[in-house]
Design a protein around this ligand. Structure first.
Ligand SMILES: [Zn+2]
Length: 217
């Protein structure tokens, strides 16, 4: 875990977060823009008017309290909730990860399934590991330890549903990226992920629901 921190800070202009009022590199902030089509989320640096926020629940809360987005883009945005803002950021992150994973798959730079990921790790081919949040702890730990030994970042933020969405098919417990630029792009997008709750390990019922499906066998 904590792989996202391994990325060097991107140089570039600074912007002020309307939540905490801190000036930070634009590349670390989420930009919201608004217009007739409603609110939009931008994870990439770009031009245009925007409201900047740290990808952080606290800053989203302040922006909702101050109606910062309505003041910038018009009252027709209506009531916004922290939940909605967080969900729109999450969707933007998922879309970006989905796009990059799609490209990586076409380039044959993805392995899926915990066994395939472990083999590729042992062969020194993996640049990033994505573990499903509800991966069987024993299997997850083995992969994580192997990745750590090799200095490969591991991200464990995506749920079963998220992984189904990004893989466009049945979700796998583990996905390995075999190319560093795809890996870096995905890490950069996941840096905007705002964990719900405290990121605690999956609950008992989630483990019991598991069927020990085909990924591992
Ligand atoms: Zn902030």
């Amino acid at each position: 875990m904590g792989g996202a921190n391994a990325i060097a800070p991107a140089p570039g202009p600074e912007r002020t977060c309307v939540g905490c009022s801190q000036r930070r590199p634009q590349a670390e902030l989420v930009r919201f823009s608004g217009g007739p089509g409603g609110l939009r989320v931008h994870l990439e640096r770009g031009d245009g008017r925007g409201v900047y926020l740290c990808p952080d629940t606290g800053c989203l809360e302040v922006s909702v309290k101050r109606k910062a987005l309505q003041r910038a883009f018009g009252a027709e945005l209506g009531q916004l909730s922290v939940q909605e803002l967080r969900e729109s950021i999450r969707q933007a992150v998922l879309q970006k990860v989905q796009r990059l994973l799609g490209l990586a798959r076409r380039a044959k730079k993805v392995v899926a399934g915990s066994r395939a990921v472990r083999q590729a790790l042992e062969a020194g081919r993996v640049r990033l590991v994505l573990l499903r949040r509800d991966i069987f702890p024993g299997v997850g730990k083995q992969i994580q330890e192997e990745a750590e030994r090799r200095g490969i970042p591991v991200m464990m933020v995506l749920s079963r549903e998220d992984l189904e969405a990004v893989l466009g098919g049945p979700s796998r417990e583990a996905v390995g990226l075999l190319d560093s630029s795809f890996a870096e792009g995905i890490l950069r997008a996941l840096r905007y992920w705002i964990p719900v709750g405290n990121g605690a390990p999956p609950g008992r019922q989630e483990e019991e629901r598991r069927t020990g499906g085909g990924d591992r066998g």
